[in-house]
Design a protein around this ligand. Structure first.
Ligand code: DGY
Length: 326
């Protein structure tokens, strides 16, 4: 079968760097609306498809695979995280699943650091106070934040992105690095003198806690009331991984009662966050709309890998980045 005979559904416009190659090679339909396809539309558009190029906003489960049909060979996710996909179900059906690692590592670590420093130095609340007309003079006691130099950074999930943030904080601010991870990261231990500790030790010792772990049954709700209570009162919590890893009510309580100093979030649960969510009313919570990979190079790189994964899967070849290589 020629590649052009392969039917593909692309669930949103992605950068041309990848999209043009998919359109040239396949019989592809692209959902070009600004919002994700509604569930019933997704279920209808995948019928008869050999490949699916999905986003983290699409739930790809057994129902969707059933709707597509037995010819579905590859699901190429335009993200490094694949928590939106039922991997066990895809593997059981022999469907290869691709993701887009590496190209977003630096951009994500940069944003984690931006959130860390913005929360620590009260940058957003400072800007808000100007806009509200409250800047009347230089204040010796106003807008006091926490220092970064020589502090302790706790990384939860020492993979590529966690290590990239640790490198910035250790190299630039001389921070001591603690981490938790099911696996040892020998290069981070060697390069950054990072110490692997249990979560309790990390929470009690770190001045900054940054989350870089996958969302799974074991990490969902990991940052609950008990976790925030173990953190120091001057601690800053940063999450650029997935929203459900922290419990929003517990985080709100920790921030509102001064249990921790501040938080910086790129991810929320749900996304988008509701406009009446109490976290939005807190001056010590900086929130941005899941933009960690939103740089030109990262998004182009993600599009190229997503196209490579899709086209390889359609040809029955190994994917460039496969999360269930079989
Ligand atoms: C991912 O890739 O998983 C990010 O959350 C979005 O780029």
């Amino acid at each position: 079968m020629s590649q052009r005979a392969n039917r593909v559904f692309v669930t949103r416009e992605i950068p041309e760097a990848g999209l043009s190659r998919v359109l040239a090679a396949c019989d592809a339909v692209v959902w070009r609306e600004p919002l994700p396809p509604p569930r019933e539309v997704l279920l209808e558009r995948v019928v008869g498809c050999h490949g699916l190029l999905s986003l983290l906003t699409d739930r790809v489960d057994a129902e969707l695979m059933d709707a597509a049909g037995a010819q579905l060979r590859v699901i190429s996710n335009f993200a490094v995280g694949v928590n939106n996909i039922d991997l066990a179900e895809a593997s059981r059906r022999g469907i290869r699943v691709g993701n887009t690692p590496d190209v977003l590592t630096d951009a994500t670590a940069d944003l984690a650091f931006a959130l860390l420093i913005a929360a620590a130095r009260r940058i957003v609340s400072g800007q808000d106070s100007i806009r509200a007309g409250h800047w009347r003079t230089w204040e010796p006691l106003g807008h006091i934040g926490v220092d970064l130099i020589g502090k302790v950074l706790g990384i939860v999930g020492m993979g590529r992105i966690g290590a990239a943030l640790a490198r910035r904080c250790h190299g630039g601010w001389g921070m001591r690095v603690l981490y938790t991870d099911p696996n040892r990261n020998h290069s981070a231990e060697k390069e950054l003198a990072a110490e692997r500790v249990d979560l309790d030790t990390l929470l009690r010792s770190a001045d900054f806690v940054s989350v870089h772990t996958d969302l799974s049954d074991s990490t969902c709700g990991m940052f609950d009331r008990a976790a925030f209570r173990r953190m120091q009162r001057h601690a800053v919590f940063v999450n650029t991984a997935r929203g459900p890893i922290h419990d929003p009510a517990a985080l709100h309580e920790a921030l509102a009662t001064g249990q921790i100093f501040a938080a910086g979030l790129d991810v929320t649960d749900p996304e988008p966050i509701a406009l009446d969510d109490p976290l939005l009313g807190l001056p010590n919570c900086v929130i941005v709309p899941h933009i960690a990979s939103a740089t030109v190079a990262s998004r182009n790189g993600m599009a190229e890998i997503a196209a490579d994964n899709l086209l390889a899967g359609l040809r029955g070849l190994p994917l460039r980045c496969c999360v269930n290589p079989g």
